[in-house]
Ligand binder design. Sequence first.
Ligand code: GLU
Length: 469
Amino acid sequence: MSVVTRFAPSPTGYLHVGGARTALYSWLYAKSQGGEFVLRIEDTDLERSTDDAKQAILDGMQWLGLTWDKGPYYQTERFDRYKALIQQLLDEGKAYKCFMRPEELDAIREEQKAKGEKPRYPGTWRDRTDHPADEPFVIRFKNPLEGSVVIQDHIRGKIEINNSELDDLIIQRSDGSPTYNFCVVVDDWDMGVSHVVRGEDHINNTPRQINILKALGAPIPEYAHVSMILGDDGKKLSKRHGAVSVMQYRDDGFLPQALLNYLVRLGWSHGDQEIFSVDEMIEHFSLDDIGQSASAFNTEKLIWLNQHYMKTLPVSEVAARAKWHFDHMGIDLSGGPALEAVIAIQADRVKTLKELAEISTYFYQDFADFDEKAAKKHLRPVAKQALLTVKETLLAVDKWDPENIGNAINQAAEILGVGMGKVGMPLRVAVTGSGNSPSLDITLNLLSKEKIAERIDKALTFIANRENS
Ligand code: GLU
């Protein structure tokens, strides 16, 4: 049997981390089995589906690298197919028109609730033939009355539901539109889906969908219902917990590799391995190793993985991702050092690419103001001589490399008969604008002599103004 999995989001909002993890598991299973992964946009809820949300889902999937082999399919483009099959079920006596008015159904439900029963449609029109003309109707599926549905869920094990607990589901609304459960069934069949990996919130739909598949004579896929993701406070993950949209993680400076690695481990394990390249995930992934219990989102661990990947991925890849952040901040990289070189000295000082861009702007553009605290401490009149001297020794360097730069700074300290810090700190604040930077030899090496001299002059002006004020 060839494996086909799918991800079937409803485009009513962005791609959130829960959806992304389900998509990842579904994608990994297809990849691990040499199968195909289908993307299907379930946009039948016309009121809640938006084009922006469709685009956001595609963007999120693309950013994560969860490429689809087929699709994206849109359910709204498949209405003719759904209608034809509903007609077929009607013709075969496996579905029927129900003329019960909504008020009538409400009254029945109230009565059932008052008796402490589960509200359900009692099958009133199941066998009736006295159909009124010109009255609105819905079409219901004739659920079997006897027996049960058994699901061997890859995650939750055996689940058995008696048909007596299931009522006759509406498959076509009174406006003629097919309902969600019906469309899913037809699509899973038509798209050859062999394994349905989806959120556990759909577990109640599964027996109903299986009954419809059987009525259509379609094969029954295997199922894996993935548990929820909770916030670190144990409550359902929501905006309250910070970022939940996949693209927000991009904007916050996370690498897709980090988020994927984080999400795969959130509910799935392979021994005690924590770090997985995508190839390793594909190699080891199995639906049966997904845990049953809900997992709590832990941002600290995601940050740890992000730092790991910033330091270990090929630097060209990190640079390409980091460039997005500089572009986003409107910083032109052209006149400055290669981003790869900046990453090499800054990556272990930050948690995210966004931070990396923020603390590296001085390589690409002049800063408007010195950091207030650093300037107060280090750009004082006593620093004037140090800055003038180090400017001279730096300008005299022939071959601009970290070793010669380091020597020039030492030389200035020797000339003045002071410790390194008395020269280094004012120089650091003058050139980078703040008191934090990698060691000066490698930092200055990425800037030109002229640029450094210019910034030292600016610092000297700052000190002079300070003296006069
Ligand atoms: N469209 C459904 C959702 O976004 C998923 C349906 C399914 O996976 O079967 O929750």
